[in-house]
Design a protein around this ligand. Structure first.
Ligand SMILES: [Zn+2]
Length: 63
């Protein structure tokens, strides 16, 4: 089975879309990922919805 879910979010710095591979098997998680366009650190916050699909929020690392 594949628990990886591709989610496209918008970079909070430059507004460009960035694609994230979310590991749904890991459940709730928060990590930092550099934007591929502007290279700034983006905090990615993942929660799982009732249907098991990820709800992803991004914010600037220093916010
Ligand atoms: Zn960016």
């Amino acid at each position: 089975m594949n628990f990886l879910e591709s989610v496209v979010v918008q970079c909070p710095y430059c507004g460009e879309p960035m694609e994230l591979d979310i590991d749904c098997a890991a459940g709730r998680q928060e990590y930092t990922e550099d934007c591929p366009v502007c290279c700034k650190p983006v905090t990615v916050s993942v929660t799982l919805k009732e249907d098991g699909r990820p709800q992803v929020e991004v914010r600037p690392e220093d916010a």
